[in-house]
Design a protein around this ligand. Structure first.
Ligand code: XMP
Length: 430
């Protein structure tokens, strides 16, 4: 193994990730584990150089004290214990004396080397994946999003054709998105890729369904069903690859942290289709996942993709989805992305997209009355998607985009710009 590891044991601190990041910023890899880890499990982690017991205020969770197993103290690893009032903690690690203290522990007491970088991470993960999987097979749902693309590239590097990727085109993808998954993974990386054209199936199920939650439910459950059908056709698969990343684990709750929301990456398949999971990115933060993708040679357009909702364009074609409005969303979105890229806004703006409401308005073309759809442009900036502000896009850029949408997209006679921050609006419309 290439990388030294500092293990953080979570004794109810809300600042585990801040601490992990602070150690990684020193160039040393750090992993967070539950407080009740057994000595043998701790010893099984390769290259552990030291352990930090990271507690919350008096190490209390839900009124009960949390402690590590006494046997951990006999493992022979250098250990320090940090107990801190949670509110001050972020500041504590940003301050110089704390950094000095951390450095002293990590480098002087543990003797760890600053060898945390993506090249070493990839080499280590390749070795771990090969040890876990052996000569068996892994199945992966490859949406083309950042996480699933990076995990696919990593698994291809580790086990090549023992990975079977399934890409489900549900008809709600952006323009050329499925094509680029095929181009990159099948043509360039020579992956074992099964392409499932489920467009008619999804659009059929969604016909006439106007309620946003109902649409989401149908898209989610239909996706699981299609994937399950493909999994049942294949034989001799023991593992399921997942692009789980560190924030997914946090949001789904740890032993000492309460669940924020159940994440779409965790669970879903029926009981009788039980696979062992392969989750090589599960300790990475999003920016590290992107750096890993770059190191693996994935195209920038895939690695630096803006967030895209799981239900895809389905929640931007408002109300009951119709094919003409879905095409209007897809085409206008492609124009918006092209023009933002030309203007350099793709690197500046956090998320931008178009929406088509389910009503028509009166307009005119060639001196005749039209009754057509409206495209709404939305461009926002945010840090964590909990609140957002709008991007003040230059008027001339908006005018150019409007002209192109009106000229190139069928059934559209009006373009608007959404000025609303979140709150009171949300980022998406549904
Ligand atoms: P809202 O609309 O809640 O969106 O302000 C916050 C962020 O989450 C994305 N989003 C989703 N992502 N599945 C996802 O994976 C979903 O169903 C979903 N809905 C919204 C949205 O694009 C924004 O970045």
């Amino acid at each position: 193994m290439k990388q030294d590891v500092i293990v953080i044991l979570d004794l109810g601190s809300t600042e585990n990730t801040v601490l992990a990041r602070a150690i990684r910023d020193l160039g040393v890899y750090s992993e967070i584990h539950p407080h009740d880890i057994k000595a043998e499990e701790l010893k099984a982690i390769k290259n552990v150089k030291g352990v930090i017991l990271n507690g919350g205020e008096n190490r209390v969770v839900d009124g009960a004290a949390v402690e590590v197993l006494p046997e951990l103290y006999d493992c022979g690893f250098p250990m320090i214990s940090i107990d801190h009032p949670t509110s001050k903690c972020a500041k504590q690690y940003a301050s110089i004396p704390a950094e000095e203290e951390l450095k002293k522990f990590v480098f002087d007491e543990c003797g760890a080397l600053a060898n945390w970088n993506m090249k070493n991470f990839i080499e280590d993960q390749v070795q771990l994946i090969r040890e876990q999987v052996g000569d068996r097979k892994v199945l992966l749902a490859l949406s083309g999003g950042v996480d699933s693309s990076v995990v696919a590239a990593l698994l291809i590097k580790a086990i090549g054709k023992q990975l079977v990727c399934v890409h489900v085109n549900h008809g709600l993808m952006r323009k050329n998105e499925s094509e680029s998954v095929i181009e990159v993974f099948q043509n360039q990386l020579n992956a074992n890729l099964i392409y499932v054209d489920a467009v008619e199936r999804f659009l059929g199920k969604l016909e006439g369904v106007a309620d946003p939650e109902e649409k989401r439910k149908i898209i989610g459950s239909e996706f699981i069903r299609v994937f399950e059908e493909e999994a049942r056709k294949l034989e001799g698969i023991d593992f399921l690859g997942q692009g789980t990343i560190y924030p997914d684990i946090i949001e789904s709750g740890t032993k000492t942290a309460k669940m924020v929301k159940s994440h779409h990456n965790v669970g879903g398949l029926p009981e009788d289709l039980q696979f062992e999971l392969v989750e090589p990115l599960k300790q990475l933060f999003k920016d590290e996942v992107r750096a890993c993708g770059v190191e693996l040679g994935l195209p920038a357009s895939m690695v630096y993709r803006q967030p895209f909702p799981g239900p895809g364009l389905g929640v931007r074609c408002l109300g009951a989805i119709t094919r003409d409005r879905l095409e209007a969303v897809r085409e206008s979105d492609a124009i918006l992305r092209e023009e933002f890229e030309k203007a350099g806004l793709d690197k500046k703006v956090w998320q931008y997209f178009t929406v088509v409401p389910d009503f028509k308005s009166v307009g005119m073309k060639n001196h005749a009355r039209t009754f057509q759809y409206m495209v709404i442009i939305r461009a926002i900036n945010t840090i964590d998607a909990m609140t957002a502000t709008i991007e003040c896009v230059d008027w001339s850029i908006l005018q150019k985009i409007t002209d192109r949408i009106l000229a190139e997209v069928d059934n559209v006679n009006r373009v608007c710009y959404d000025m609303s921050p979140k709150p009171p609006a949300t980022i998406e419309f549904e």
